[in-house]
Design a protein around this ligand. Structure first.
Ligand code: WAQ
Ligand code: MG
Length: 259
């Protein structure tokens, strides 16, 4: 029997102007769905773009396209949550985890500098985990690489969620989905992320070694500065790596024989 084709559905929304003309990034989203689910996915992404804590968009684009490549099914990263009581405590923990993954202290310092210099990103910065050199500057006018074509079917996420998180939110699902796709690639050493939404302070460090390590305070409430940095082994082929991030279709699936 031929498998049903999947569709990649993507949204990006910005304020003042479109992203490519320097508008403020409001929100983005990506889903991987079957044909009959496209309408639901578009609705969900439209709702996400119109009700965002970063503001009301003046520009939005939602598009879908069929995915020809075979879908790879992978497990979600294991999750651990650290309740931290200050940004300093949270950041220190994040830095320690990154260093345990092999990211040098010098690279972490460079990552913070890059983050300050490029406050208006809609994608992820790729940097060499040993030297701190930025690797994605020539792509998307330096707006960062947008990881796409990944999803986690709701029924399976709900089962996983009841077992591990009891935190029924799309944000957690989207973040673990992205982090699992990114970390499974051999070029990824670790990822550091927190939201650019002013009302969300939890972020994470993800890696093959330690899984998805959530940290509840990586920034102050009200702060619109987000972060998504992939620390990369630059001996790998970076063009192929970026292509993987953007185009390889991945579905997350938790092994249900646990229930
Ligand atoms: N590809 C690459 N970068 C992205 C993508 C993507 N698909 N989506 C977002 N980013 C970048 C972009 O620069 C955003 O400004 C930044 O990440 C933050 O995005 O409770 O909500 O969607 O465990 O605001 C993590 C914790 C939440 C969840 C992360 O990020 C939890 C979050 P946001
Ligand atoms: Mg956001």
């Amino acid at each position: 029997m031929r498998e049903l084709p999947y569709y990649s559905v993507r949204m990006r929304a910005s304020k003042s102007k479109p992203h490519e003309e320097g508008g403020k990034h409001i929100s983005g989203g990506e889903q991987l769905v079957l044909f009959d689910e496209i309408r639901g996915a578009v609705d969900k992404l439209l709702h996400k773009s119109l009700t965002h804590s970063r503001g009301t968009p003046d520009f939005a684009q939602i598009q879908f396209e069929t995915v020809d490549e075979p879908i790879q099914v992978i497990s979600p990263l294991p999750i651990t949550t650290h309740i931290t009581h200050s940004v300093d405590e949270g950041q220190l923990l994040a830095q320690n985890l990154l260093m345990k993954c092999g990211v040098t202290f010098h690279t972490i310092q460079k990552a913070y500098l890059l983050m300050e210099e490029h406050a208006e990103l809609s994608g992820a910065i790729l940097i060499d985990s040993k030297t701190g050199r930025r690797l994605d500057e020539s792509h998307r006018n330096g707006k960062g690489i947008r990881v796409s074509r990944m999803d986690w079917r709701d029924e399976n996420f709900k089962k996983w969620n009841r077992e591990f998180a009891a935190n029924q939110n799309d944000r957690l699902k989207e973040a673990i989905t992205l982090a699992s796709k990114v970390s499974i690639h051999q070029a990824t050493v670790a990822e550091l992320c927190w939201s650019d939404d002013p009302d969300y302070t939890t972020g994470y460090v993800a890696s093959k070694k330690f899984g998805y390590q959530r940290i509840t305070s990586l920034k102050e409430y009200g702060d619109e500065q987000g972060c998504r940095i992939f620390f990369v082994d630059s001996s790998e082929d970076i063009t192929k790596y970026i292509d993987y991030l953007k185009t390889n279709p991945i579905l997350i699936q938790w092994e249900v024989n646990h229930d």
